[in-house]
Design a protein. Structure first.
Lengths: 305, 424
C-alpha cells in the first residue's frame, strides 16, 4: 500500500471516529470524571463547598448509609446470581428451541422478544396492576383455584418483593439472551453438527460437546451485560418501589441509593451530593473492574470455530 | 436487563434540557412566562386561572407545566443548577427546597414587591424561607392539617353514635366497624410517606406535641424519649385495622378504599379530600382531630405550610413574573384555590365556604402543632423522614421494634443536627 493511500485511509478512519468519540467524551467521560472529583468535596445542596478528602467515603461506610449500602449491594448480588441462573438458562432454552424448530420461527421470535421492546414504565405499571393485593387478577386467580394462602401482597411483602421484581425482570428481558444465543447458534458451522450426527452422537452430546462450547462468545456477552445490568439495576425497582426501595428498603439497589442521595427524595427531603458521588465512584469501580475481569476470564475459555 | 445507566436520571436531565428557556425581554409585546408545578392533578385549575390572568394582563402569557410529584425535585434541581428552569416555580416547603434557596436560585421577595406577604403569619412565612439566610423566597399558598377523616354513613351503619375522643375509644370504634363488615381504615403500608403522615397525625398526643417539638429542636430531648417511642408503637398498633395484605397496598389503592366507601376512616392530611371527591363526588366526609392518647393527654393537629410560589433568580422576565406572583397572591386566586381544590388558605382574607375545610381550619388554629419531620428535620441528609418512611414499613410487619426505630432516627439526626450531636 502506498503511503499516500495509507494516509488517506487514516484520515478517513479518524474522521469517522471523531463524532462518536466526541459524544462519548462529552456525555460519558467528562461527567464520570467530574463525579469522581465531586466525591472529595463537601456539598451543601447542589452547591460545592471545600475539599474534604475521604470524609464522604467515611460517611458512606457509617450508619445509616452503611446499612443501606450493604443491603443494596446484597440485593444487586442476588439479582445478578438469580438473573444469570434463570433468565440466561431460559433464554438459552428458548434460543435452542427456536433453533431446532421447523415452522413458525418468526412468530416465536417476536413473541419471545416482544416484552423487551415495551416501555419499562408500562411493564412496571402493568405488573403493579396485575399484582395489586386488593384488585389484582393474579391473587384473584390464586384464590379461585383454592390456594388463598398463596395470595400474597407480592410487591409489598419484604420477603417477596425482590423475587417478584426479578421475575418481572425475567419476563421482560428473557428475549434478549434468547436472541443473542439464537444468533450465536445460527453462526455455528452446521458441518460440525452433521459430522457428529454421522458419528452417532446423541442430541444431548451434540449440545454439550459442540453447541455449548461454541456458544461461549454469546455467553460472555450475556454474562458481562447481565453483570453490568444487575449492579446498575435502577429502572424496574424505581418504577415499582420508588427511590426508597419500598417496602422497607427490600428492593433497594445501589443505583437507587445513588439517585436518592444525589438528588434527594421528594418524600424524605434533602440530598447529599458528596456521599452520592462517593457511592457513584464505588459503583463505577465495582462494575468497571468486575466487567473487565469477568470478560477477560470468560474469553479465555472461548474456543475457535 | 437494561444496560442503559440510570434511565431516570437521564430522563430528568433530558426533561430539564428540553424545556424552553425563559423568553427574551420584558419590553417585548408578548412575554411568555413558564410555571412549573408538581400538582399534575391541578392542571385544569391552574390553566383556568391563568386565562383570567392573561385576560387582565395582555402581552403576558403563562405556560403551566406540571411534573410527576416524585420526579419534581430532581427536575427542578437539575434545571436551576444548570442556570435554566422556569420563571415561576412551585416551591416545596421548609427543607424541601431550602438547599436550592440557600444556593441563590430563587429571587428574594420583599413586601414592597409582593404586598400579600404582609398578611401572612410568621409561622407560615417560615415555610418558604432559606434555611441559612432566613430570607423570604416564596409566597406560601396553603397550609395542610392532619386529622382523621371518616365516612358518616358507614359509622351510622356500624352503630357508632359519638366520635372517638381517646385512643381507646377509637380502637373500639374500629372494632365495631370491622364487626359490621367494613374496613376500619383505608390506610395501608405500601407507601412509606403515607405511613409517616399517619404517624404525624396520631403521634403528637403520645409525645407531647409542640412542647416535645421545641425540646427536640433545642436538643433538650431526643427521639429516644419514652413518649416518642410510644407514638411509634401507636402506628404499629394500627396495623391490625389495616386492610388484608396491607403491606403491599399502594397509596392510590389505599385512598381508593376510603373514597369508594369500603373503609370507614382514613388518617391523613386534609389535601386527600380533593382526591376522595374526585373519585367519588357523592361521598360524605367528616373530619375530627386525632384522639388523645389517654384522658390526661392533649389533642393535636399536625400542620405545616404546604408549599409556595417562587421566582427563578435568573429570570429575564422579572417584572412580568412579579405581576403573576402578585396575581397568585390575590384574594380571587386564593378564593378559587380554596373553593376548587379545598386547600386551606394561608391568607386570612380568604373565606372558607366548604364546611369540612372550615371545621379543619377551626381545629388547626386551636390545636395546631408542627409536623415534626417536615418542619424540623428535613434540612440535611439523613433526614428523620428518610429513616422513618422505610422504618414504618418494617414496624407494621414487626420487622423492627419501636425502640430500635427511635434509636435509628436519633442516630441519623444526631449525625448532622448540631443541637442533637453526641446525644443518643
Amino acid at each position: 500500500m502506498s503511503s499516500a493511500l495509507r494516509r488517506e485511509q487514516n484520515r478517513t478512519t479518524v474522521s469517522l471516529l471523531v463524532p462518536a468519540l466526541a459524544v462519548i467524551i462529552i456525555f460519558t467521560t467528562i461527567p464520570a470524571l467530574t463525579t469522581l472529583s465531586y466525591a472529595f468535596f463537601s456539598w451543601d445542596g447542589f452547591q460545592r463547598g471545600g475539599f474534604n478528602g475521604l470524609e464522604n467515603f467515611q460517611k458512606l461506610f457509617a450508619y445509616p448509609y452503611s446499612d443501606q449500602l450493604f443491603a443494596a449491594l446484597k440485593h444487586n448480588t442476588i439479582a445478578f446470581v438469580v438473573i444469570m441462573t434463570f433468565q440466561t438458562s431460559l433464554g438459552l432454552l428458548f434460543a435452542y428451541a427456536m433453533f431446532r424448530i421447523k415452522r413458525g420461527l418468526r412468530l416465536y421470535r417476536v413473541v419471545v422478544f416482544l416484552p423487551v421492546i415495551f416501555s419499562l414504565v408500562v411493564v412496571g405499571y402493568l405488573w403493579q396492576a396485575l399484582l395489586d393485593p386488593f384488585y389484582g387478577p393474579v391473587n384473584q386467580i390464586i384464590t379461585a383455584i383454592g390456594l388463598p394462602e398463596f395470595a400474597k401482597p407480592w410487591l409489598g411483602d419484604t420477603a417477596t418483593a425482590l423475587p417478584t421484581l426479578m421475575f418481572i425482570n425475567l419476563w421482560r428481558w428473557v428475549g434478549f439472551p434468547a436472541i443473542v444465543f439464537l444468533a450465536g447458534l445460527n453462526a455455528i458451522n452446521t458441518e460440525y453438527i452433521e459430522a457428529a450426527r454421522i458419528d452417532g452422537a446423541s442430541e444431548g452430546q451434540i449440545f454439550r460437546k459442540i453447541i455449548f462450547p461454541l456458544l461461549a462468545p454469546s455467553l460472555t456477552i450475556i454474562t458481562v451485560l447481565t453483570f453490568i445490568g444487575a449492579y446498575e439495576w435502577f429502572d424496574l425497582p424505581f418504577v415499582l418501589g420508588g427511590s426508597n426501595g419500598s417496602p422497607a428498603g427490600a428492593t433497594d439497589t445501589l443505583a437507587l441509593m445513588f439517585y436518592r442521595l444525589s438528588f434527594g427524595s421528594i418524600d424524605s427531603g434533602a440530598n447529599n451530593v458528596g456521599v452520592g458521588s462517593a457511592l457513584g465512584v464505588l459503583i463505577f469501580t465495582l462494575v468497571g473492574l468486575g466487567a473487565a475481569f469477568g470478560s477477560k476470564m470468560l474469553r479465555k475459555r472461548e474456543v475457535e470455530q | 436487563m437494561n444496560i442503559k445507566r440510570f434511565r431516570g436520571l437521564v430522563a430528568a436531565l433530558f426533561a430539564a434540557a428540553t424545556v424552553v428557556a425563559p423568553g427574551a425581554s420584558v419590553a417585548s409585546a408578548d412575554t411568555e412566562l413558564t410555571f412549573w408545578s408538581w400538582r399534575t392533578e391541578d392542571k385544569a385549575f391552574y390553566e383556568s386561572q391563568i386565562k383570567l390572568f392573561e385576560a387582565k394582563n395582555p402581552g403576558i402569557s403563562v405556560k403551566f407545566t406540571p411534573y410527576l410529584n416524585t420526579e419534581y425535585n430532581a427536575i427542578v434541581s437539575t434545571a436551576l443548577t444548570a442556570g435554566k428552569g422556569p420563571d415561576i416555580i412551585q416551591m416545596r416547603p421548609y427543607g424541601g427546597m431550602a438547599n436550592l434557596s440557600d444556593a441563590g436560585n430563587f429571587l428574594p421577595l420583599t413586601t414592597a414587591e409582593v404586598p400579600a406577604l404582609k398578611k401572612l403569619s410568621a409561622g407560615i412565612l417560615a415555610g418558604a424561607q432559606g434555611y441559612k439566610d432566613k430570607k423570604q423566597y416564596g409566597l406560601p399558598y396553603a397550609v395542610s392539617a392532619l386529622g382523621v377523616m371518616y365516612n358518616p354513613d358507614i359509622l351510622d351503619q356500624s352503630g357508632i353514635r359519638a366520635l372517638p375522643q381517646t385512643w381507646a375509644q377509637m380502637l373500639k370504634a374500629f372494632d365495631k366497624v370491622k364487626k359490621a363488615g367494613f374496613l376500619p381504615i383505608g390506610n395501608a403500608g405500601g407507601n412509606g410517606p403515607a405511613l409517616e403522615q399517619l404517624h404525624a397525625t396520631v403521634g403528637p398526643t403520645f409525645y407531647g406535641g409542640t412542647s416535645f417539638y421545641n425540646d427536640v429542636v433545642a436538643g433538650k430531648k431526643t427521639f429516644t424519649d419514652k413518649g416518642y417511642v410510644a407514638s411509634l408503637k401507636a402506628v404499629a398498633d394500627l396495623a391490625k385495622y389495616m386492610p388484608a395484605n396491607y403491606q403491599g397496598i399502594d397509596y392510590n389503592t389505599a385512598r381508593g378504599l376510603f373514597a369508594n366507601e369500603k373503609a370507614a376512616f382514613y388518617i391523613g392530611g386534609n389535601y386527600e379530600m380533593g382526591y376522595f371527591r374526585s373519585l367519588n363526588p357523592s361521598i360524605n366526609i367528616g373530619w375530627f382531630p386525632a384522639p388523645k392518647a389517654n384522658s390526661g393527654a392533649k389533642r393535636y393537629v399536625g400542620t405545616w405550610a404546604d408549599g409556595a410560589y417562587a421566582i427563578n433568580a435568573k429570570t429575564t422576565n422579572k417584572a412580568a413574573a412579579l405581576k403573576f406572583l402578585n396575581f397568585l397572591g390575590t384574594k380571587e386566586f386564593g378564593q378559587a384555590l380554596v373553593d376548587e381544590i379545598a386547600f386551606i388558605p394561608t391568607a386570612p382574607y380568604v373565606k372558607i365556604n366548604d364546611p369540612a375545610v372550615k371545621e379543619i381550619n377551626r381545629w388547626r388554629t386551636t390545636l395546631g402543632t408542627p409536623f415534626l419531620n417536615v418542619v424540623g428535620f428535613r434540612f440535611e441528609n439523613p433526614t428523620s423522614s428518610s429513616i422513618l418512611q422505610p422504618g414504618f414499613q418494617k414496624l407494621i410487619v414487626g420487622g423492627i421494634t419501636p425502640e430500635q426505630l427511635a434509636k435509628d432516627v436519633q442516630t441519623a439526626v444526631a449525625s448532622w443536627y448540631a443541637p442533637q450531636k453526641g446525644k443518643s
